[in-house]
Design a protein around this ligand. Structure first.
Ligand SMILES: *Cc1c(COP(=O)(O)O)cnc(C)c1O
Length: 388
């Protein structure tokens, strides 16, 4: 058996590579095995190997959960089928009639769940400008049970002061949950800033290769982690061993990928910022971003998601995407390849035109997930596709 160094004594990049690995004392595999078995036999009455049924618990999924809990600095993690499964599971921690405060420019799928599905289950939502802690305080009601944070937000890259919002939640006994998909734990760790829960779409940066959909919930305390695991088991939202294995493989290169992503995003943001056809660039790494200072203090970097308003509205956007050769015209984000999309008609189409306008999502808005290609190629392709 390989000698085991406690994960918590290791640096972040080492934990990415070694978390949840070396699980095979039988053959000394360097890679965590996939255990596709749906069920595990009992040694005798009430005597299991620690596993009985894969929806409840599975060795490959456990390995990924160990890795992710360590990266976020949490007491435990539950790996689920998708990012939306993570959010659905988390919202099922709340009692009937609970009130939830969330930002008005959250991920489109989260908005759809909050606006169309969960109200029928008795939950109530108030959407506010999360960049303004006073607006959050003003929205608190006696039944407020959770504050939902997503920072930077999607698609406008607005920041929430995680420490400030989590502190005001904690003072009132309200749970705080932060969707950390856009930055990954390499760049931001909400639990260290006071959040009770972190959710991820592991589909994005954690897996990083656009070849799996997955999600995870990381809890600050063992009690919360146990409650999340029990809820995921009851709801049936846990992920397959194959998907867990893929995410565990992807996460090993997270630091290297995030560094390359950010370098390219910076180059592209600077190019777009200087372009006459671009009205505005939304990227927290630009010194002109209104929350650049907050990004510097609560993040370890600026990430690789950026948006920009193109002069000429929707027509100009569709002309641009038609001319681009390197950027795939696709939803999703966080993979090694660069993607470009039009929030108004794609990722945020679930929002009514009024809700889009209230959130600042205009017809000329374009969102880019900057990949890890050579930045010179990315800038050159954008330059040839934008009209002079
Ligand atoms: C993609 C995404 C989700 C949903 O994740 P899926 O894996 O697509 O279900 C949730 N939040 C954010 C910020 C996302 O980008």
């Amino acid at each position: 058996m390989k000698r085991h160094i406690p994960l918590e004594t290791l640096q972040f990049a080492t934990r990415c590579v070694h978390g949840g690995v070396y699980k095979d004392p039988l053959y000394n595999s360097v890679v965590t095995p996939i255990y596709p078995s749906s069920t595990f036999y009992f040694e005798g009455p009430r005597q299991t190997s620690g596993y009985d049924y894969t929806r409840t618990k599975n060795p490959t999924r456990d390995a990924l959960e160990e890795n992710l809990a360590s990266l976020e600095g949490g007491a435990g993690a539950t790996a689920v089928a998708t990012g939306m499964a993570a959010i659905t599971t988390t919202l099922h921690l709340l009692p009937a009639g609970a009130h939830v405060i969330a930002g008005n420019d959250i991920y489109g799928g989260t908005y759809r769940l909050f606006a169309n599905v969960l109200p029928a289950r008795g939950l109530r939502f108030t959407l506010v400008d999360m960049g303004d802690p006073e607006a959050v305080t003003a929205a608190i009601e006696p039944d407020t049970a959770m504050i939902w944070i997503e920072t930077p937000s999607n698609p406008l890259l607005r920041l929430t002061d995680i420490a400030a919002v989590c502190a005001l939640a904690r003072e009132r006994g309200i749970l705080s949950c932060s969707d950390n998909t856009f930055l990954s734990p390499y760049l931001q760790r909400p639990l260290e800033l006071g959040a009770d829960l972190v959710v991820h779409s592991t589909t994005k940066y954690l897996n990083g290769h656009s070849d799996v959909v997955g999600g995870a919930i990381v809890s600050a305390t063992p009690e919360m982690a146990a409650k999340v695991a029990a809820t995921a088991n009851a709801l049936g939202t846990t992920c397959s061993p194959f998907d867990a294995w893929l995410v565990l493989r992807g996460v090993k290169t997270l630091p290297l990928r995030m560094q390359a992503h950010e370098k390219n995003a910076t180059a592209l943001a600077q190019f777009l910022d200087a372009h006459p056809r671009v009205e505005h660039v939304y990227y927290p790494g630009l010194p002109t971003h209104p929350q650049h200072a907050l990004a510097r203090s609560q993040q370890r970097g600026f990430g690789a998601m950026l948006s920009f308003d193109l002069k000429g509205g929707e027509e100009a956007v569709f002309r641009l995407v038609e001319r681009l050769k390197l950027y795939a015209f696709a939803e999703s984000l966080g993979g090694v390849e660069s993607l470009i999309e039009h929030p108004a008609s794609m990722s945020h189409a679930a929002m009514s035109p009024e809700a889009q306008a209230a959130a600042g999502i205009g017809p000329g808005l374009v969102r880019v997930s900057v990949g890890i290609e050579d930045s010179r190629d990315l800038v050159a392709d954008m330059a040839q596709a934008l009209p002079d």
